[in-house]
Design a protein around this ligand. Sequence first.
Ligand code: SF4
Ligand code: SF4
Length: 730
Amino acid sequence: MSESGDRTDLASESDATEKAVEFVASSRLRRGASAHQIQGLFRKIDLVLDTKIGEAQARQPHPVPIACHAGCDHCCHRVVFSTDLEAMAAAIHIQQRFSNAQKEALEGNLAEYAKHIGPKMGRDLGLDRRPCPLLEDGLCSIYEVRPISCRSQFSASVEACREARDNPGIEFPASQPESAIGSAAAAGLRSGMSASGLWPNSVDFARVLGIVLTDEEACEYYRSGQAIFEIAEPVAEVKSHPLAQPTPKHGGYGEEEEATGQPDDSCLTQARFLLKADGDAESAFAQGPVDSALHQMFRMQVPLSYGHTDEIEYWRNRMIRAFEEFKASPFDAREKFDAISVYNPLSLSYQQRNDKELLSDIGDYLTHEISATVFPDLCRPLPKRRRQGKLKVGYIAAQLSQTSGSYWASGWLKNHSKDVEAYAYYLAPTLDPGAVQYQRYAHKFYHCPGPVGPTARLIKEQNLDVLIYPDVTAEARSIQFATLRLAPVQCAAWGCPETTGLPNVDYFLSSEWMEPEYAQAHYREMLVLLPGAGICYPRPSRSGMGWTKSHFGLDDGPLYLCTQLPPKLLPQWDGLFREICDRTGRPIVFFSYPYTAAAATERRLKAAGVRAIFMPILNVMQFYDLLALADATLDSVGWSGGITTLLTLQQGRPVITLPGEFRRGRQSMAFLRAANAPGLIAADANDYVDLAINADRRQSALETMHPDALFDNTESVRALEDFLFSACRD
Ligand code: SF4
Ligand code: SF4
C-alpha cells in the first residue's frame, strides 16, 4: 500500500469515526442530557473510539511501537481540552465512585488549579505544564472516563514526552493514527452536541469539572442550552497584524450567472485590522485594492472611535463622498450586490445622529439600482393575502449567539400563540446554540448559509405573511436580504439601533418607553410602539464563579463600572466621567474589547483626565461576578446599554442612565422603568454625576427594584401579534 493510500485510509477512517460519534451523540442527547444519558453516550463513544483506533492501528503497514504504560505521566502535565459534556461525565463518575475523602481532596486540587489558571483569562493555556488535578500518584484517578483527548494521546517515545513537559514551547508528540481518530471523535461529539442544543465549544476540562462538581445549578443551566462554561474556554490573541492578503479576482461573472452575494473579501483583511484594532481609518481606507466594488463599499463607513467631536462631522462627510463614488463607479450590478456584504451602517449609528436621510439615500440605491437589477423577480411588490387560518411569521438573522442583536427575539418566537405559524431562517455558516433555540421554537427552521438568490426564493415561495429582521443592520448579509421583497409585510426590530433606511422594510417594531416624542421623524419605516420595553427577553443564567475584586486585580474600594463598548463612548461625554473620578477619588473600569478601537478610546479618556482602568474581555461567568461587585455602573450617554443593562439589573446592581435623544440612548431608561427603579434615571448631566457619587440615592432606588419583571414578559408578544394580524389584512 502506498503512503498516499495510507493517508486516504486514515482520512476515511477518521471520517467514519466522526460520523459514527455524531450519530451516537445526536440520537442519545435528543432524549436529554440526564446522568443516565450521558453515561450511556460515553460508553458508546468509548466503544467506537477503541474499535476505530484498533482498526486503524491494524491497518498500519509499518506500525511504530507505542511507549505508553501505567505510571508514565509526562503527558498529564498540561491543560486538557474537552467538551463540557466530558467534564459532566467525569463528575457523574466521581459522585458515584469516589469516597468523601477522595472528593474533598479532588475539590481542593481543582480549586487550587482554578486559582492558578483563572488569572490567565484563557490565554496561553497550551503552554501550561502544571500537573492535571486528576493525577494521583502518577495515575489517572478517572481513567475509565478520561476525556477523548487523553484517550487518544499516544506516543512512541517517553523521552519526547518528557522533553515536551519540561519545555512548554514544545508540543507533546501525537502518535498517528490514534490522534487523528481522537480528533475525529471529538469533532463528531461536538456536532452531535450542537444539534442537540448544547454548547459544543472546547473548554479547559479541569475548570469545568471544578464547576460542575460544586454547582448543580450550573449543570441545569448548561442542559438548557446556556453558555455558562465560557469562562473555561481558551482565548486566541491577535499578536500581530495579519499579513496582507493577495488581491483576489473580483467580478468575472458570466453573462447568465447570478450574483451570489458571497464574494471573497480576504483583500480587506489588512484594512479591517487597521480600522477595528488600531482605529486607524485613514490607513485602512488607503489599503488596496481601492478600485474594487468591495473596497469602495468598505469606505462607506466611519471609524469606531474619535479623538475629538469635530472628527465626527469630518468622517460623516467622508462616508457621503464614498457613497457618491460607489454610485458613480462602473462596476457590474452583481459586483455591487456582492459588495453589500461589507456594508457597515452600524458604524454610523455610533455617531448618535439622526441618520434617516443618509441611510434612506443609501437604502434607495442599494434596493432600486442594485438589487432590483440583479434580482428583479425578488423585488416586485407582493399583495397581502386575505385568507383564513394561521398567520405565517418568519424570522431571519445572520447572528444568533446569546449576546447578539437577534437572540432576544427568541422570546417573541417562543411565546407566539397557536394562531401563528413561525418560520426561522439562519444565515450564518455554523449553527450555534442561539440558533438551536430558534430551531426549537419555530415550526419550521431553515439553515441557509449559501448564496442569496436560492435562499431568498425559498423564503418567497413559502408565502409568509410577515418577515421580521431582529437586527438587520448588525450583519451585512441580513441587509442583502432586506433589500428584497420576500413577504408582503417586512419589519425591522429592536436589535437594529436605528432606521434601516431600506424601502422594502415597512415597519419598525419598537418600544413605547424607549422612543421619544416625535420619534417617527427618526425612521423611514412606520414606527410600531409595543407596550413597555417592547421585548420579551429570555431569562438568562446568573451564575458566576464567586470571584472577588482581587481576582480581577481590583482594590477593595467602591467599584465604578462602565460596561459599554468603547465606540459608544463619544468625546462629548468624557467630562462626565472625569467629574465622577474627581469627586469620588475612584477610577472607572471600562472594557477593552478586541476589535473595537478600545486603545484609541483609552488614550482619549486618559488625556481628558479620566482615571480609566481597561479590563480585558471576560467570559460570561466572570462578567456576572464583576457586575455583582459593582457599586455603580455608569451607562454610556447617547447609546445606552441594552443586554448589559438587563444583566446588571438582574444581578441587583444599579445602572445610572442619562436618557439620550434617540431610542438607542433610552434603552436603559425603559429597562429601569420596567424593573421599577426609576430613581436611577438622571434628569440631566448634573443629576447623573450626583447619582454616581451619592450611594444613599442609589440604595433607595434599588429598594423598589424588581428585576424579575424584565424577563419572559409576554405582554409585548400579544401586542405584536395584534399588530401583525391587523397589518396583514388587505
Ligand atoms: S503519551 Fe508519552 S507520557 Fe503519556 S503515557 Fe504515552 S509515552 Fe508516557
Ligand atoms: S484526565 Fe487523567 S489522563 Fe487526562 S491528563 Fe488528567 S490525569 Fe492525565
